[in-house]
Design a binder for this molecule. Structure first.
Ligand SMILES: [Zn+2]
Length: 379
């Protein structure tokens, strides 16, 4: 991993680079901060920079033999210890999983993700792993340069970390430890006192917004809502947005069900259900209303795609509805509803009464559906 792939953290990056350039690398470094701040990502970029054969002023080259090996987590002088799941299970026994995890999440994941990824429950850094660390450091480095040991979630070593004290006190030459911790106070004070502590700060609102916009380009409203409450933690922000995604999809599903059923059955219960739903959405914020309508447009476009290709970019529940639409709703009906949604968006933007706007949209859309022949209800 290169520093350029780490989100934000410019002053930490500058410090780490300077330490290497001035040849002042401490033998025991502790990076302390939430994983959602990029703590593991920084450690990986730091290790790659140290081992790079062709380092630049501001980053590792990314292409030399050493960088390539670090990227694949297959450098003979870069060792990892992390929590494992079976008694006596060494980190090296599940290195395949560790590589997969890092490939998929690029250093941005936390202990709960690692546990889920392994479909496991109990996690711990094993006594055997601590002993292995000592054995590794008694050997010379393979490539004649630094030997680096990364310990992820080092606070999970518990008392076993005592074993490492001696090696921290009398480190073999050219050996570097990088301990990554979220809760430093859970480590033994004797370990903490032997480390150079680098506190990783949370991401700024701007950094978080920029990153979330890359991941969720169609969710500006959610991003705006989540960033102020995410405490600069990318993982917390992502989890919140993914939860609210689910809600938007559920709302769209509900709306479609009401509108189609109202057209189909014309019963009072459905109509009053639609009214209640309208009240709910009319009572939410302007940004939420716009997100809802944009998602509705997205759904209609995907149902059109489905009509011709049997393929679409929707979650499971909505996919079923899209299949229903593709089979039962004509292209001109979908196009007509799209124009009503566009009008609703226009009126919301101009601060029209959202209650009236949503009632109008519901009634008009219901009429359009009523033109078609509905053989069966969906779900
Ligand atoms: Zn390189």
């Amino acid at each position: 991993m290169q520093f350029s792939q780490v989100i934000g953290q410019s002053s930490i990056k500058e410090n780490l680079i300077r330490i290497v350039q001035e040849d002042k690398i401490h033998h025991a470094n502790m990076l302390s901060g939430k994983m959602g701040y990029g703590t593991l990502a920084l450690a990986l970029a730091f290790a790659q920079y140290i081992l790079c054969e062709n380092k630049g002023e501001a980053d590792s080259c990314g292409t030399c033999a050493s960088c390539v090996k670090v990227k694949k987590m297959a450098h003979p002088d870069l060792h990892f210890v992390y929590p494992t799941f079976e008694s006596k299970e060494l980190s090296t026994s599940i290195i395949g999983k560790w590589r997969e995890m890092n490939e998929a999440y690029q250093g941005y994941f936390e202990i709960a993700d690692w546990v889920n990824f392994n479909k496991a429950k109990n996690f711990k850094i094993r006594n055997e792993d601590c002993e292995q660390v000592i054995r590794n450091f008694l050997l010379k480095s393979f490539e004649g340069n630094y030997k680096i040991q990364i310990i992820w979630m080092a606070e999970l070593m518990g008392k076993e970390s005592n074993k490492l004290l001696k090696i921290f006190e009398e480190p073999p030459p050219k050996s570097i430890f990088i301990l990554i911790v979220e809760n430093m106070e859970e480590l033994l004070p004797t370990i903490i006192s032997r480390c150079q502590i680098i506190k990783i700060p949370h991401l700024s609102h701007e950094e978080l917004t920029a990153e979330l916009t890359k991941i969720y380009p169609s969710k500006p409203a959610e991003i705006q809502r989540i960033v102020p409450i995410a405490e600069g933690d990318l993982l917390l922000a992502k989890a919140s947005i993914e939860e609210s995604n689910f809600n938007i999809e559920a709302a769209v599903y509900k709306w479609l069900k009401f509108v189609v059923t109202a057209a189909h059955k014309k019963d009072l219960a459905t109509i009053s259900g639609l009214m209640r739903f309208n009240d709910g959405i009319a009572g939410s914020g302007k940004e939420e209303q716009k997100t809802f309508l944009h998602y509705l447009l997205h759904f209609l476009r995907e149902s059109l795609v489905m009509k011709y290709s049997n393929n679409c970019n929707l979650a499971q529940d909505l996919r079923k509805v899209a299949e229903y639409f593709a089979g039962n709703v004509e292209v001109d009906q979908i196009a007509e509803i799209q124009t009503y949604i566009d009008t609703a968006l226009y009126e919301i933007e101009r601060n029209g009464s959202s209650k009236m706007i949503f009632i109008n949209l519901g009634i008009k859309s219901s009429r359009v559906f009523n033109r078609g022949v509905f053989e069966r209800d969906f779900a």
